[in-house]
Write a protein of this length. Structure first.
Lengths: 424, 424
């Protein structure tokens, strides 16, 4: 069964809208074991629509078409489909009555333009839309069923879940179950991970994919069919034994999400003191609802004066060692922890660039400390200096990983592939 | 000249990634007066890639292909192009040397897999990539030039701007001059802006577009041809007089960017104290290099204790008025300003949701204050409670806009369309 998607609309093609419907659709179908094999995005020109409907109807078994069902003159999906099939548009009386009823219930007179939404190609099967004025419809052309859906995201999603998926399952055999596992990694590039894992012999039906979410690479282990799914545990064990500390979370989009859930479970409290990461640690955690249960405070002490006044860093420490040093960052962490006697405090101080580097401490040098009630862990790392954002987001990730490892009772300081470290 | 785009990659097709490169590309080309007429998204299957390259090469003049140039086994663009053209892959020695050099400069040994990135179809023109390991390339097939670019967004964007656009302009006549002006707005939705501006009679060749960058809507005024360009000033004046305070910056991606440039120019200093925005104010400013010249400190005082201990908020104020109140946020701003005697301090305290709202102070209630050496401005606003992220980012934007207006000598507190306000 070959599934494709056609996205219509000038605003999607021209990038005025990022096409989140498309991503959502592909993801949802994947979870039902159906891969979307091609997606074509076209504007609102009748000629382009007719040609893409015809063209893809020879290649696919089922084509989800999104958009172009509204009442305005640039909504052309129905007309284009009728032309592609060489048939006329006919008023669907059921939908016309539903429309009139809908407007009456909402205390409004139906504008003439909405009548257009009841005009469907002659052979179309009408598809109900309980949440909007655009009905969907399905038409068979050549090899394919073309299934038309509204562009409004919540109407679209409801129609896919409640009508499209049953429509597909009724007509096509869906091959086997699928399963997906995801691992978040830190400190290795995509190519180095791929090289490292190449030695694993994957059973048939299983694939490894990589996805970059700066500063992480996510590894996706995908299995199709019972046999492959049965091998997932064995392959996961191999991946874990090869990658070791590079895997920092399972099925999470960021380390912040992992820290959030570990901190909530731990019942302990956290303060952070940030220099180069400048609010990233705080902001990433506070993006999760419920972070107030553990997050005491975040102090972005960007200036030296602020490190002294707010965190109690000694002026001599700054003079002797500089702001970007193990000594300073340890005092920052201990100071931040002490103010509210938090269980933990993380601190960062580094040179995010692009300027500000020196020979001894080039751009990408970042000191990070974790203070606990018992003591303080610290390290000074060397990050790739590719961009200010990358230095900041990698520093944030390493800081979170130190806390994660502490919370799990593991060694706090470990090596991450391509991240170097200064001697203490 | 007919331009199309082909996006490759399982993760894009399967919706694991929302394809922001595609939207950015269409937008950027539009700004150069070139419309993208179709976009096809395919996965990493060799057969699919070969067939889409062949198929579109008969229809388009130029095709931008994005993705599939990495070192891993699922990066197949080069191989697919060679197959589509019926030629072999040949090592590009210039790029191979560049790769080796790149790894040497970064103190690493080049993994074997990266060698693949120097293999190009025999007739390809190599396209330099100064910021990554994937070179681009261009191949002529049938009617079209296929121009291959890396998937990593910053590499992709640089290649489009520095190589692709000149490549197109060299080979094709681009019809007429174009000009684009952009205005960042705050506090009105896209449809409300569009309704409000509908009364403006645009001259032929001029269009108004809207783009949502949460929490802002950007208005784009696009003119093609000398006559339309000559009318830009007149139309801009009309837009400004209609929208008034809703326009918060010209040609900037965010208010943080505007504040950064105003603060650098002003020579004054800023501290921030954040509760619900939790590091967003600090983090957005510190993302700009040079922010250390004015940014003193950012204090994310999430807990009440922290507001008292770090900022000197009076416990009675918290008891009587609550953390989300004008009284508290004014003390937060004055406290944050006082620590280092900064010229300005911004403070926020609100209920970002989804939980934590009360009848008096529902989710979306946010108190914001700006302290200066002379006094303090404050307001408590009611934001749409659609998402935690939206509440936080709108609060950040309103806070920045208060500072922006102060820096420009304008009234600090104004009405923004759909943002309500509590009586003081």
């Amino acid at each position: 069964m070959k599934l494709e998607m056609i996205c219509t609309g000038e605003e999607v093609l021209a990038g005025q809208i990022v096409d989140t419907n498309a991503a959502w659709f592909a993801n949802t179908m994947m979870e039902h074991g159906i891969e979307c094999q091609r997606r074509v995005t076209v504007g609102d020109r009748l000629k382009d629509l007719v040609s893409v409907f015809k063209e893809r109807s020879f290649e696919a078994d089922i084509i989800l078409v999104n958009g172009g069902l509204g009442p305005t003159s640039d909504d052309l999906s129905s007309e284009a489909m009728a032309l592609a099939k060489g048939e006329s548009l006919v008023e669907n009386t059921v939908w016309r009555e539903r429309l009139e009823d809908w407007f009456t219930r909402n205390g409004r007179v139906m504008p003439q333009s909405n009548l257009k939404q009841a005009l469907l190609p002659e052979t179309a099967i009408m598809i109900d839309n309980p949440v909007g004025t655009a009905c969907g419809f399905a038409v068979k052309l050549n090899r394919a069923w073309l299934f038309f859906t509204p562009g409004v995201p919540f109407e679209f999603k409801q129609m896919v879940k409640e009508q499209f998926i049953p429509f597909v399952k009724q007509r096509f055999e869906i091959a086997g179950d699928v399963a997906l596992r995801k691992y978040l990694t830190l400190g290795q590039g995509e190519s180095s991970l791929a090289d490292t894992l190449e030695c694993i012999a994957l059973p048939s039906g299983m694939t490894i994919g990589y996805r970059s979410f700066m500063p992480h690479i996510e590894i996706k282990l995908f299995a199709r069919g019972e046999v492959a799914i049965g091998q997932l545990d064995r392959i996961e064990t191999q991946i874990r034994s090869i990658l070791g500390d590079a895997i920092v979370a399972d099925d999470k989009k960021s380390l912040a999400e992992e820290i959030h859930s570990l901190m909530v479970d731990s019942g302990r409290s956290l303060s952070v003191a940030e220099s180069c990461t400048g609010g990233m640690l705080a902001s990433q955690l506070i993006s999760f609802s419920g972070s107030s249960s553990y997050f005491d405070q975040g102090l972005v002490t960007y200036s030296n004066e602020s490190k002294v006044r707010v965190l109690g860093v000694k002026p001599e420490t700054l003079d002797v060692h500089g702001a970007v040093s193990i000594a300073t960052v340890e005092e920052m962490a201990m100071g931040a922890r002490g103010i509210l006697d938090s269980d933990f405090a993380l601190a960062t101080s580094g040179i995010a660039g692009p300027t500000g580097g020196t020979e001894d401490k080039p751009v990408g040098s970042v000191a990070i400390a974790l203070a606990t009630k018992e003591g303080v862990y610290s390290q000074m790392i060397k990050l790739p200096r590719r961009s200010r954002d990358l230095v900041r987001s990698l520093s944030t990730a390493v800081a979170f990983d130190m806390l994660r490892r502490e919370l799990l009772g593991q060694a706090v300081i470990v090596d991450y592939g391509s991240i170097g470290r200064f001697e203490k």
